[in-house]
Design a protein around this ligand. Structure first.
Ligand code: PLP
Length: 233
């Protein structure tokens, strides 16, 4: 008897999201945190190559067993002592939220003889205590002398998470504020290791708004994989 593999991913949503994205200059990062290897494989077979994870150990385990042409996005809060585990292979780190962590990423990238692409996480959800730089802090980091010296990192843009609210106007304003920030910083003379091309905004519940506000990377988990398998920490 053939072994029937149960379908784990939401195929119809995947197709719909790709169809939606085709009208924008944006890519899908499939957020596979807490999801099993088989679900990632299923999506890989459909052609998906960009996957996002929040936990260093989990991402590294998945990296070690899955095909090497997957581009791994680290989207969680990164601790300095764990950078070394993802430095050999991580494609894009979305959650740089301090100068200190950027320095450590630079150090580990140099050790691995890699150029590590990063995004600065900006705190755009005003009322929520989330990680991230304020606009001023991010601007100071990009335009000061600090970034120039970090030759093994490249800052490609910004990441932001909107408030967890049902009010689409509020979400739109927060995403819009990040797009406008990017546009204003782009006018300045930036160091050569800073190319502001990416805006990582939008999750399962708000990606359409994010796309309309200029997102280039949507990070979608639940809509593709269903509810997560264990509580996030
Ligand atoms: C979990 C997570 C996502 C995906 O959220 P969904 O609502 O499941 O699409 C996106 N971005 C970050 C930073 C996350 O931690």
């Amino acid at each position: 008897m053939p072994l029937l593999c149960s379908v784990k991913i939401h195929r119809a949503n995947y197709d719909l999201i790709l169809k939606t994205l085709a009208a924008y200059p944006a890519k899908l990062v499939a957020v596979s945190k807490t999801q099993p290897i088989e679900s990632i494989r299923e999506m890989y077979v459909l052609g998906q190559r960009e996957f996002g994870e929040n936990y260093v150990q989990e991402m590294t385990e998945k990296y070690s067993v899955l095909p090497k042409d997957i581009n791994w996005h680290f989207i969680g809060h990164l601790q300095s002592n764990k950078v070394k585990y993802i430095a050999p292979y991580c494609g894009l780190i979305h959650g740089i939220d301090s100068g200190r962590i950027l320095k450590e990423v630079n150090k580990q990238a140099r050790k691995n003889e890699r150029l590590q692409d990063c995004l600065l996480q900006i705190h755009i959800a005003k009322e929520e205590s989330k990680f991230g730089f304020s606009f001023d802090e991010a601007k100071n980091l990009l335009l000061g002398n600090e970034l120039k010296a970090l030759e093994s990192v490249r800052v490609l843009g910004f990441m932001g998470m909107a408030s967890n609210t049902d009010d689409p106007q509020k979400i739109r304003k927060e995403f819009e504020s990040l797009r406008m920030f990017k546009e204003s910083v782009q006018k300045a003379t930036l160091p050569s290791n800073c190319k502001l091309e990416e805006l990582s905004m939008g999750m399962s519940g708000d990606y359409q708004i994010a796309l309309d506000e200029g997102s280039t990377l949507v990070r979608i988990g639940t809509a593709l994989f269903g509810e997560r398998n264990y509580p996030t920490v």
